[in-house]
Design a protein around this ligand. Structure first.
Ligand SMILES: Cc1cc2nc3c(=O)[nH]c(=O)nc-3n(C[C@H](O)[C@H](O)[C@H](O)COP(=O)(O)O)c2cc1C
Length: 256
């Protein structure tokens, strides 16, 4: 049975929670799921201090000892994750942003390959679409396969028309997520993702050395030689473009 977790960035158990519950019901209409709710308000997560020890030396050197690793452990032991947040001032809520800051070292060393990611954003009026885009890109940076999330208008008193529209959006998002969850292998990367991988590894190779954990990690994983983070067969065009990205990455790092 697949395991899915929903990470919820609202201190209220209201609109966002209800949306996730409806998403869960929809998802369970397709397959049996072990579904777990993670309310960030119940986890002790301090603000990042900005020391960058997680980047340079490794995440175990983080001076903060709180529930970060507990959340990461839950992400590691699930097949899919839903990041659900209210729109607060045209962004994710502070607790959700704080979690992303605390996970930022994983952007350097992505790990959630083959796992599914989506998002649910609730809002009064406006701004949610860019938040969904932002969360999609965060999911990809963490290594997930991402399906487009949904934006729901939850301004009270909510009309029947608005409620029905939200239900339709949730249904479509759950179906997209289910399809992704059922895919057996991680996909071939988009050109953008390939570029991100090739150029960041080129700059790492040029600018870092064995003293840096990112460098050691790339070396251990064989990422300085591989086509991509994981085993994937790139078509000849992508292979060629990949080499161009390697070259561009090297040139750009040498000019710095
Ligand atoms: C501090 C705060 C800021 C908000 N900012 C926005 C906003 O910028 N745009 C918007 O459409 N709704 C905004 N809202 C409305 C919430 O996104 C909306 O009520 C959401 O559904 C609340 O989810 P919850 O019931 O799970 O807490 C804001 C609400 C709060 C409390």
């Amino acid at each position: 049975m697949k395991k899915v977790i929903a990470i919820i960035g609202s201190a209220q158990k209201k609109a966002t929670y209800e949306a996730v519950q409806e998403f869960e019901r929809n998802l369970k209409s397709y397959m049996d799921i072990d579904f777990e709710y993670i309310f960030l308000k119940d986890y002790q997560l301090e603000f990042c201090k900005g020391c960058k020890l997680c980047f340079d030396k490794g995440e175990e050197f983080c001076p903060i000892h709180d529930d970060r690793d507990l959340v990461i452990d839950k992400m590691s032991h699930s097949d899919g994750v839903i990041f659900a947040t209210p729109n607060y001032s045209f962004q994710v809520s502070a607790s959700m942003k704080n979690l992303l800051d605390r996970l930022a070292f994983i952007f350097h060393r992505p790990r959630f390959f083959g796992k599914a990611f989506t998002s649910i954003v609730t809002q009064g009026i406006f701004g949610g679409n860019s938040i969904v885009k932002y969360l999609s890109s965060m999911g990809q940076n963490l290594g997930y396969n991402v399906s487009k999330g949904c934006v729901l208008k939850t301004l009270e008193p909510i009309t029947k028309v608005a409620q029905d529209k939200n239900s339709r959006e949730i249904k479509k998002a759950a179906k997209r997520f289910y399809k992704l969850l059922s895919k057996p292998v991680p996909p071939s990367p988009s050109l953008f993702r390939l570029m991100m991988f090739r150029m960041s590894r080129a700059s790492m190779k040029e600018m870092l050395s064995d003293e840096y954990y990112d460098y050691q990690y790339y070396k251990e994983k064989g990422w300085f030689e591989s086509d991509y983070y994981y085993d994937v067969s790139l078509n000849p065009i992508k292979k060629m473009i990949g080499c161009i990205f390697d070259f561009m990455g090297r040139q750009m790092s040498r000019q710095k």
